[in-house]
Design a protein. Structure first.
Length: 89
């Protein structure tokens, strides 16, 4: 019998919430030890990702739109590319 070892997965979901068509997920990337928050909005097709420092991860998870705005991501950019790409340029 094969069993899946969760420690072998490249991403681990640390927190998840969904409300009114908006899904927010906090991931830990085991290989790089980085945290990201992803936001997908079924209502308008918007999707973006935000890098989260360990000391800010829950705040980014709780307030992703505020952090996206602080990083200069506009609503039009959100549906085109992940936030990390938009901010890197």
């Amino acid at each position: 019998m094969d069993s899946t070892n969760p420690s072998q997965e490249p991403y681990r979901e640390l927190a998840h919430r969904m409300n009114d068509g908006v899904e927010v997920v906090l991931f830990w990337h085991q290989a790089t030890d980085e945290l990201t928050v992803t936001v997908s909005d079924e209502r308008n097709g918007a999707y973006f990702e935000l890098a989260a420092a360990p000391h800010q991860a829950l705040d980014v998870f709780d307030h992703p739109y505020a952090h996206a705005a602080f990083q200069g991501l506009t609503c039009q950019e959100a549906s085109l590319a992940p936030c990390a790409d938009a901010v890197a340029t």
